[in-house]
Design a protein around this ligand. Structure first.
Ligand code: GAP
Length: 445
């Protein structure tokens, strides 16, 4: 397995501000309930952001489910009864140590304090209360009566949905270990210190795989997934020197883990986790079998033996990954005396793949442009823009990372060809309309 790479590439100090600014200005991410003053580190994904977030999740699903024969997907419920979280250990253990400053009344995570004796808000020394464990799960009530019998929890991770459906999937999918169950969806944690834009929020999206293996193959598959998951970020455009794989120290490991490594990204404030890959052993299936009474073992007919599969779990954040993709792709360069802002996103992650731009708002160009748009739209997410000078329209597309612009000009009417401009090099090529779908298809695979 790869050793952690300790080189820390240079990142401009105000990169975060520039990215957050771009997100607001171009409709990637808005603070939630902004017209009411915002709502505690929650965010809404705008017209461009919703496309990009969807692409991050689709790229993950493509790699983890579509291109494999040993992984199937599910979409489990977000609401679940306390029994699930009792068995998983979340009711007891999913806590952060919380301290209050008696001087300024601010609340902090004890394990995030730089100096455990000094309040980072008011500077007072020895002003903290004793730490108390604060459970991060959001609790609610299912149905009209707020009794203890109606208590339900919003899931704090998607993982448990896979464990409690293990037997259902095994019985219906004709898979046998080693095989995996994948899920993408919202999770909720009542984080004490959310922050750094969408890095840590109370509502976020996860992309998790639970990969069930014969017990003697746990270590092989752990190494396999550590490498595969690091490669996924590189394959989707993040430079290798801005990523590292960091194995957890023994004292960091969860009680059930036989090994955990984090894929970390060099955020503007330092290395931060994008994904954890854990060897969870047989802990989860054993816990759920014991608490539910269900048989969650597997009978292997080839070896005539029964075992509880071990689980290797690559657990990634979709919203957090989207932020890393944005930061990694953000670039500014001088072009003819002007600053060009460009998101050098991998085409699979880019919100729009193609922008269709008639040179003028006049006929017959707009009809032709609409015709070309109609050819491309069934296959790719396309933007269409017919206002402003063409140079400004190219810059707008650069800023949101659109890999190709297709320009329809007056010559198009005669030669039935368009100009295709590539985002990163700004190189332009004349392509016959009849060959356009094939030309773009070869580049947007
Ligand atoms: N099932 C294991 C699990 O949930 P985790 O490390 O707690 O593991 C996995 O979460 C990933 O989910 C993290 O690496 C991170 O990308 C994302 N994540 C966790 N908490 C988050 C939060 N509050 N806001 C945004 N993303 C979060």
């Amino acid at each position: 397995m790869a050793e952690p790479d300790e080189t820390t590439p240079d990142v401009p100090a105000d990169l975060m501000d520039r990215v957050v600014n771009l997100c607001k200005r171009r409709g990637f991410v808005f603070p939630s309930a902004e017209i009411y003053g915002g709502f505690r580190s929650t965010y809404d994904y705008g017209p461009i952001g919703v496309l990009m977030l969807r692409n991050v999740k689709d790229a993950w699903w493509r790699t983890m489910v579509q291109l494999r024969t040993d992984v199937v997907g599910i979409d489990a419920s977000i609401l679940s009864p306390p029994a699930v979280w009792e068995a998983s250990g979340h009711l007891k253990n999913f806590t952060d140590p919380l301290v209050d400053c008696t001087a300024c009344k601010q609340r902090f995570r004890e394990d995030h304090l730089e100096d455990p004796n000094v309040c980072p808000n008011c500077g007072k020394r020895d002003s903290f209360t004793e730490a108390r464990n604060f459970n991060l799960m959001f609790k609610t009530h299912a149905g009209p009566v707020e009794s203890s019998a109606a208590v339900a929890y919003l899931r704090p991770e998607t993982a448990q949905g896979m464990f409690i459906n293990f037997a259902n999937v095994l019985n219906t999918s004709r898979k046998r270990p080693p095989f995996g169950i994948a899920q993408v969806g919202k999770s909720f944690r009542n984080e004490i210190t959310p922050g750094n834009f969408v890095f840590r929020t109370r509502e976020f999206e996860q992309m998790e795989l639970e990969f069930f293996v014969p017990p003697d193959q746990g270590s092989y598959w752990y190494d396999y997934w550590c490498k595969a998951r690091l490669d996924w970020y590189v394959d989707h455009g993040i430079a290798r020197d801005r990523l590292r794989l960091r194995p957890h120290d023994a004292d960091e490991l969860s009680h059930y883990s036989a090994g955990t490594s984090d894929v970390e990204f060099m955020f503007p404030w330092g290395w931060g986790e994008l994904e954890g890959i854990a060897n969870r052993t047989d802990y989860d299936l054993t816990q759920h079998a014991q608490h539910s009474g269900a048989d969650l073992s597997y009978f292997d007919q080839e070896t005539n033996s029964r075992y509880v599969p071990h689980v290797i779990e690559p657990a990634a954040g979709a919203t957090r990954s989207m932020m890393a993709f944005l930061i990694a792709a953000y670039d500014e360069e001088e072009v003819r005396g002007e600053t060009r802002t460009v998101l050098r996103l991998h085409h699979r992650i880019a919100p729009y793949k193609i922008a269709v731009l008639p040179l003028s708002k006049k006929q017959p160009l707009t009809d032709l442009a609409r015709e070309i748009l109609g050819e491309l739209q069934p296959t790719w997410m396309c933007d269409y823009d017919e206002t402003q000078a063409i140079g400004r329209r190219y810059r707008r597309q650069d800023e949101i990372g659109t890999p190709y612009c297709v320009t329809i000009d007056f010559e198009t009417v005669d030669d039935r060809a368009v100009t295709v401009r590539e985002r990163d090099s700004m190189a332009q090529e004349r392509v016959p309309i009849a060959e356009l779908t094939g030309y773009l298809g070869a580049r947007l695979r």
